[in-house]
Design a protein around this ligand. Structure first.
Ligand SMILES: [Zn+2]
Length: 476
């Protein structure tokens, strides 16, 4: 089906020159962008009467769909369950892990669907999911049903702690840890073969692992090698806190990224989630190997990761490292809105370094779109509004308080707008969010079910908060 959206007030193409088109038109043919430019030029190239549908885009602006390069779809039922005064390792080991150990397959599907719903409502059209706790069938089904695009996988770990912390059962340990890297990689390869290119290619499957202490070095290295063999990527958590770096220093004599580099684990198909504790030498290693970083500003704020105090994100950008944005799980950051991450990254470092020229709106938009596409190894088809790319985009309602008035649309998008002024979200040439609702999901029924399941999981996991320690020395 071919359609024309004409007289859009602006189009932020995020092409190589950051071209902004005024009075723009876009032609969508099937799932692709067939043309884009000023309305007058596009109408000179096409016979307006031959379109199956013509949409008046007046008082609307268009941007590429946002790309979330680090999310845990399976964690969406844990919103605001854990306290907000925990450090990263306590949060992960004593709260998150017991919670997820009690998430069953149908919980996981409901949580993933809920996550996709929030993302589409926030303008996110493509995601890199860390992976399901077990087989990703439920996650794949959720991505397919919701209409979003994404990469998923299966969560894997292979390094059991010497003694399990409170809340960890033997059943959970069996469920969570493979006996070694070979067993984990065999399961990941099977998962890849089963799910890669599902939903006519809208879903891809990567060789993802959990990363850091719960995984052996061999699994980190092996995951990237296996991904390379299959022409895909891998993503995992690494250098996520200064405590992790300190423990690595005392146990191995080097910080996590250098340790990985020395084992041959870096490469252009690796996306490191967080990467907050990275020293200047490691920055050069990442640049040399074109390894990407998925920065999650919301999680840094909530879990006190020190993004601005110890994080070298502006210096990584200066070194030429690709940094994309992620929301992380909903319990880590509180929400799945990439627009909020874009706002945070635009300003965090200006303030921390007392320098108004760091990052800003234009770069933040690139990080939320084309740089995300690059991290996901999908920039040939996603991340910008250019002829031949997939028709994944967001239409903003400019007759909205957030846009009244505005002059520079890039600044207004990043500093003023929120998902509240999103009119429509399109994926693969189809409107999947519009008229105030998701087009393919019964949201009210989903919300009801999600609430019931969240309470049940919290009870099953025993996370009442009464007897759970507030610090941990696990893996030290
Ligand atoms: Zn994460």
């Amino acid at each position: 089906m071919s359609l024309l959206i004409e007289h859009l007030e602006f189009a932020l193409t995020v092409d190589a020159a950051d071209t902004v088109i005024r009075d723009a038109a876009i032609v969508v043919d099937g799932d692709r962008i067939a043309d884009i430019g000023p309305t007058a030029d596009v109408l000179r190239r096409h016979d307006r009467n031959r379109f199956e549908r013509v949409i008046d885009g007046s008082r609307h602006g268009i941007t590429p769909g946002f790309i979330d390069s680090h999310v845990h779809l399976s964690e969406t039922l844990s919103r605001a369950v854990f306290p907000d005064d925990l450090d990263t390792r306590t949060w992960v080991f004593l709260w998150a892990k017991p919670f997820y150990a009690h998430v069953n397959a149908e919980d996981e599907h409901v949580g993933a669907l809920l996550g996709c719903a929030e993302m589409l409502r926030s303008g996110t059209t493509c995601l890199l999911d860390m992976g399901a706790q077990n087989d990703p069938a439920g996650t794949v089904r959720a991505i397919e049903q919701s209409g979003i695009r994404g990469i998923t996988g299966r969560h894997a770990a292979d390094n059991r702690p010497a003694s399990p912390p409170p809340g960890w059962s033997e059943e959970m340990m069996r469920h969570h840890f493979f006996p070694g890297p070979d067993a984990a990689l065999a399961a990941l390869e099977e998962t890849f073969e089963r799910w890669h290119n599902a939903a006519h290619g809208r879903i891809r499957c990567w060789i993802n692992i959990e990363g850091k202490e719960p995984c052996t070095l061999a699994l980190h290295v092996g995951a990237r090698d296996l991904a390379e063999k299959h022409g895909v990527g891998t993503t995992y958590h690494l250098a996520t806190s200064i405590e992790e770096a300190r423990i690595s220093q005392s146990k191995h004599g080097v910080w996590p990224v250098q340790r990985l580099a020395e084992a041959g684990g870096l490469g252009s198909n690796l996306v490191i989630a967080h990467g907050v504790a990275i020293n200047p030498h490691e920055r050069q290693l990442l640049q040399a190997h074109d390894t990407k970083i998925a920065f999650c500003p919301g999680t840094s704020l909530k879990l006190a990761k020190g993004a601005t105090s110890i994080g070298g994100y502006p210096e990584l950008l200066d070194a030429g490292v690709t940094i994309s944005l992620g929301t992380d799980g909903v319990s880590a950051s509180g929400n799945l809105s990439l627009m909020r991450q874009m706002y945070l990254v635009a300003g965090l470092f200006k303030d921390a370094r007392n320098d108004p020229a760091i990052i800003g709106a234009r770069k933040a938009l690139r990080m939320a779109t084309i740089d995300g596409a690059r991290a996901l190894l999908w920039d040939d088809a996603l991340g910008s509004l250019e002829i031949g790319k997939k028709a994944d985009f967001v239409l903003f309602d400019l007759d909205h308080i957030e846009w009244t008035p505005y002059a520079d649309p890039v600044q207004a998008l990043v500093w003023s707008a929120s998902p509240a002024s999103i009119a429509e979200t399109w994926v693969d040439g189809r409107m999947v969010y519009g008229d105030g609702k998701l087009q393919q999901i019964d949201e009210r029924a989903l919300y009801r079910e999600a609430r019931l399941r969240a309470v049940a999981i919290t009870e099953r996991a025993g996370l009442t908060g009464k007897s759970i320690p507030t610090s941990t020395s696990l893996y030290e």
